[in-house]
Structures are given as structure tokens and as C-alpha cells.
Design a protein around this ligand. Structure first.
Ligand SMILES: [Zn+2]
Length: 104
């Protein structure tokens, strides 16, 4: 089942400001946090959108695409020279160098 990220519209609660919920694609998105009952919205992330573009097309367009591989671990499938393949949450040295990817 896909994992969706939800963000509190108000204050964070013990579940965190952003939390993840496993849901079937047939289930409706949550409108309330299951822990505190506050209004939440579903975050859009690239991993939930089926894109017709291939990874190399995305890279050529200057995009960075991350695929979730584990809790807090993302694979950078559009990595360029010098970028690490896996990005881990909380480890800035594994983040892609976004300044390199900006084009005018
Ligand atoms: Zn909450």
C-alpha cells in the first residue's frame, strides 16, 4: 500500500507536524489527524504522482527525483556526478546539491 504524508494545518501534535499513513489508493484522504482530530491536508510528493517522464528526462530538465526506499531514506534516481545515491533524513551531506541543478 502506498504511504501518504499528511500535514497539520494548525499546530503539530505528538504525531508530528507531518505524519505518514499507509492507505489503499481506494481510500479517501484523511481530513483529520487520527491522534488529535485537527484538520490536516495530504502533501503531494513526486513519489505519489505517476509521471510519464523517464528519470533521465527529468534530470535533463533539471529536476531531482527522490524515491522512498526506507524510513527516512530516499534514493536520488536523477543523481548527477558527485551526488550520493541515497539521501537520508537528518544527514545534510547526503542531500543532492540543488544549487547545481538550477538553470536559467
Ligand atoms: Zn495530530
Amino acid at each position: 500500500m502506498p504511504v501518504y504524508e499528511y500535514e497539520h494545518l494548525g499546530k503539530a501534535c505528538p504525531a508530528g507536524s507531518v505524519f505518514e499513513v499507509k492507505q489503499s489508493i481506494h481510500e479517501k484522504s484523511l481530513t483529520r489527524c487520527p491522534q488529535c482530530g485537527q484538520a490536516v491536508k495530504r502533501c503531494l510528493s513526486l513519489t505519489n504522482i505517476s509521471s510519464p517522464k523517464t528519470n533521465s528526462e527529468l534530470r535533463d530538465l533539471g529536476f531531482t527525483k527522490l524515491i522512498r526506499r526506507d524510513n527516512g531514506v530516499y534514493e536520488n534516481v536523477t543523481r548527477r556526478e558527485g551526488e550520493s545515491r541515497f539521501m537520508e533524513r537528518g544527514k545534510p551531506e547526503t542531500m543532492p546539491n540543488l544549487s547545481k541543478t538550477i538553470k536559467d
